[in-house]
Design a protein around this ligand. Sequence first.
Ligand code: DAH
Length: 368
Amino acid sequence: MGSLFYLRVMMQDIETLESELLGEIGNAKDLDALEAVRISAVGKKGRLSLMMRGLGQMAPEERQAVAPKLNGLKQTVLDAIDAAKSDLNRAAMEARLASERVDISLPVRPEMQGRIHPISQVTDEITEIFADMGFTIAEGPDIEDDFHNFTALNIPPEHPARQMHDTFYLPEKADGTRQLLRTHTSPVQIRTMQNIEPPHRIVVPGRTFRCDSDQTHTPMFNQIEGLVIDKTSHMGHLKGVLKEFCRAFFEVDDVEMRFRPSYFPFTEPSAEMDIRCTFAGDHIKIGEGDDWMEILGCGMVNPKVLAHCGLDPNEYQGFAWGMGIDRIAMLKYGIPDLRAFFDSDLRWLKHYGFVPLDIPTLGGGLSR
Ligand code: DAH
């Protein structure tokens, strides 16, 4: 009798434990809580483990009744824990997917806010055109000495051209010499001929400086120089190169050009080149009309310049030109005031600037 009563209590305890454990499993909010339930049930000192350990002390017939119950409960609990575990894992994955959602229809970030300055754009356009003709790009220092900026270019001291250049000088050094901010890109002609064996085919974009400021002049401005030196190049080649440049740069089939005799100390003969155009209000049309616009100075390199660079004028000859980048940029893109180039006004840059990935190429189009 007593043992039957004990058995019934035992069976009831097992049922109570089952509903308690299943309740705890259902309430477990995360994997840690679930693990705590597992340990409290089937861990070494878990409630179910202790009951199973008690089996050894039972009478055989009791054990026969209780053991399958306990084993069944253990399996039920382990199954319930597994099921809860995969529910929790799935919920965690869903929460993560929801929080990490990306809208793939959004534009690429960061958005391209920046713009390429028209001077950079036009410099790229010009160098692209000359690179295509086989020229390389050369550069030189902004701070020059008297020899490279003047004397070697056949502008000796007291030459009137020195007054015309309105030079910025640096403070006098101990040896009495003064460095200066280069007044043109022509000194790079000298540096190239001094340092590299001919033949030469270079273009030289860069900053230049003159003490001058009004609506069409800024103390800092940009030039691009060209130099060709070999044994046979002549004025006809100069005209051909510049014509090809104008057609490519202004993106027109033909540009009528005019060479006017001029004077530069470093070229002989010298010329200034005009292109045909029309002024219509503040708009300029290139290649047609009754007006002419001067865009560059050029000529055959003066034999005295070659000699200053250690080249034999009886063996070598060539041509050169120099052009203002800022002015030609204003011309091409209808920009009215030179000074705005250097104001760093973001509204201006947004209007006149270029999108960074629109790199000018001859194949893909220079200005599109
Ligand atoms: N250096 C001249 C200037 O700044 C421009 C120039 C004219 C450069 C004729 C040349 C040239 O190379 O041949 O005004």
